[in-house]
Design a protein around this ligand. Sequence first.
Ligand SMILES: *Cc1c(COP(=O)(O)O)cnc(C)c1O
Length: 392
Amino acid sequence: MTEQNLPYGDLAPDTLVVATGRPPREHDAPVNAPIVLSSTFHETRTPEAGDRIYARGSNPTWDPFEEALGLLEGAGLPALVFGSGLGAAAAALSLVPTGGVVVMPRHGYAGSLSLAADLEAQGRFELHLVDIADTESVLSQLEALAARADAGSLMLWLESPTNPMLEVAEPATLTKAAHAVGALVVADNTFNTPIVHRPLDDGVDVVLHSVTKWLAGHSDVVLGALVTNDPKLRERLLSHRTLHGAIAGPFEVWLALRGLRTLALRMGRSQENAATLAHRLAGHPAVRRVRYPGLPTDPGHERAAAQFNGFGGIISIELDDVATADALVAAVRLWLPATSLGGVESLIERRRRQPAEPATVPEELVRLSVGIENVDDLWADLDRALRGTRAS
Ligand SMILES: *Cc1c(COP(=O)(O)O)cnc(C)c1O
């Protein structure tokens, strides 16, 4: 699809998002990949392995996005795009043999936790929740589980920072220990994106993305992706995608690649805005606690500074009580009261409004997904709304 002679390995991420996933440099060829709307492909001879054949298995519009994301995550293989992040999560969880054990962060993404709990209820595997930031405790629990589980039947699921508690784990240490007991390691990299952190560098086996969020970045598509360096794992994940049919529409993937072109710029601006807002919020009389790994006082700060290229665009704040938190969300005019994250527009949500949110997430916690607007406008709106909660 693209020019193999470009030394992609030497290019920085902010170049890769622009340079990769383009058609070959031929006279009069388009510079952007076209959207291919076709459910089937000409078969003028007996099909061979790797042929497109039918669009549940393969679509030319997926290729440039999969190539770009694979390179961005530092994989030697193209990513696999799915119809949603949870579709990708279901494929990743299918790698656990029946009767196995899945270890997940207790404050992981609520949808992944609900999916894993549902599979546990069906008898597929046992779900074991941990405090992912407590490395010692996760290590001893992994050892205990390995002592009673069959070799190769364990999966460690990483999310760091967690959603919405923003706890920071030590993925390289955890991955090493998990591999030592034969566990497979999946890392949900939705919050960080490869601009901030590349889990494959920690030795993680499979990286998961809700492409819906930062990668596509405009809150206009629902998509997911998996990335791995292991050809056998990729084959199994591809087979799951084809057989279970959690495939992406060509237009959505085309939009995601278009969004990916500005990922580095958007992440940069969101992170800058988030850092400024987190510092201002930390000094606000109406805010009881700010969770943001970029704050030097944050429990995850040292780990995040050591591992990450930035501190992300999500801030969680805790207000005095639920009524105050709801009043804040109701009072903002620029921030959009909506779930989801990672778009160009700033979103605000009291997470426990969602019934699936873990009960250990404080009721009065409000998650801010910081967009790319002018930071002083964002602050003025928040500050006015926060003061209003005090006045009433
Ligand atoms: C949104 C999200 C998902 C699920 O992705 P969808 O595209 O909504 O299916 C998974 N993990 C994290 C961290 C998310 O934020």
